[in-house]
Design a binder for this molecule. Structure first.
Ligand code: SF4
Length: 105
């Protein structure tokens, strides 16, 4: 059984430590496509689990929460994917590109 519930969530102090506090909300609610930027930010967020559990408990059906898309949250609700499995999915930071001059040497 998962650790999240559908009880009302009143304690949202975790938001104070959110990695997305200074980010545009549009990053986390993209119109279409894979939300890679949001996932990268979520991957290093210290309150990722609390965020995901909040989204599950409050039935958020849009956007990226805890690094999970609405589709992935539905998979968790249906028991197809666990919270721990979702949280183990890590988007690694982009590597800086090498300059052509360095490649030539
Ligand atoms: S997990 Fe992602 S959406 Fe949730 S608070 Fe952290 S950065 Fe924001």
């Amino acid at each position: 059984m998962e650790a999240w519930s559908t009880e009302p969530v009143e304690d949202v102090r975790w938001r104070e430590d959110a990695a997305c506090r200074e980010r545009s909300v549009n990053t986390f609610f993209p119109d279409q496509g894979e939300p890679t930027t949001a996932r990268r930010i979520c991957a290093r967020c210290p309150v990722r689990r609390a965020c995901l559990e909040f989204a599950l408990a409050t039935a958020q059906d849009h956007g990226v929460w805890g690094g999970a898309t609405a589709r992935e949250r539905n998979m968790i609700r249906r028991g197809v994917l666990s919270i721990d499995e979702l949280l183990a999915r890590v988007i690694r930071p982009r590597r800086p590109r090498r300059r052509a001059s360095r490649l030539a040497s």
